[in-house]
Design a protein around this ligand. Structure first.
Ligand code: F6R
Length: 239
């Protein structure tokens, strides 16, 4: 595991984007796993600013709310299209997000797991981490062996994500890649920024692997990089 503390969130994003751009260009990343949310935005901004297209790359999202169709601007599908696929010129047929239309979420989850088996493995997976330690939407208590499935979102997660649903209710359920699904990626990079992430970053790196903090499972991956800004590093023991 490598831990990098950068000077700022933007610099964290740029560092990761430099690595991703190099690996997209040399072909060692053909399937790119992407997280949504606030943390990875500096990565996507930095990649988009380069003006380089990667039309042959497959994009695979981590999760989607149940009940937000792809035409809903609050959906992760809309986020992936606007922030990643369009700027990087990745066509719709290579952009994969679990279906959130709510018609048959269990079938959509199973189909997404099969899709990853078919086009995977994911070469590089970008991850954020929830304040409660979730990765994807694998909430505390999630099993190490879990695969893509429908999950109930915790009160904490729904509270944290309420700003994206101004005025409306945050969906109660989501489809998420499981922990085992995520761990099958060839390499993982976690970005965590801001003071709210300091406790979970400290817990993640404390050396105890526990389903109470699902992000701790990632520390067992043979190729994990954790990139944090000084605020998110604020509760780490001195080096
Ligand atoms: C998003 C995802 C989540 C987020 C996490 C952190 O696709 O899977 O695990 O990475 O909730 O969200 P932010 O970055 O908004 O704090």
């Amino acid at each position: 595991m490598r831990v990098r503390i950068t000077d700022s969130a933007e610099q964290a994003g740029q560092l990761i984007a430099d690595d991703i751009a190099a690996r997209l260009t040399d072909g060692s990343v053909r399937v790119l796993g992407v997280a949504t949310g606030a943390s990875p935005l500096p990565i996507y901004r930095s990649l988009a600013a380069r003006g380089v297209g990667y039309p042959g790359v497959e994009l695979v999202a981590l999760d989607e709310y149940v009940g937000t169709g792809s035409d809903d601007p609050r959906s992760f599908s809309a986020y992936v299209a606007a922030r990643i696929a369009r700027p990087l010129q990745i066509p719709v047929e290579r952009t994969h997000v679990p279906s959130g239309d709510g018609r048959d979420p269990d079938a959509a989850a199973a189909e997404f797991e099969r899709l990853i088996e078919r086009i995977g493995p994911v070469d590089l997976q970008i991850l954020g981490v929830g304040t409660n330690g979730h990765i994807g939407f694998n909430e505390p208590g999630s099993d190490r062996a879990s695969v893509t499935r429908v999950v109930e979102l915790s009160d904490r997660t729904r509270h944290d994500n309420a700003p994206y649903f101004a005025g409306g209710a945050v969906p109660a359920r989501a489809i998420t890649q499981g922990i085992d699904t995520i761990m099958r990626a060839r390499s993982l990079v976690v970005i965590a920024t801001g003071a709210a992430k300091a406790p979970v970053v400290a817990a993640m790196l404390a050396g105890v692997v526990t389903s109470d903090v699902p992000a701790t499972f990632l520390t067992e991956h043979p190729d994990l990089t954790v990139v944090v800004d000084p605020l998110a590093a604020g509760s780490l023991p001195p080096a």
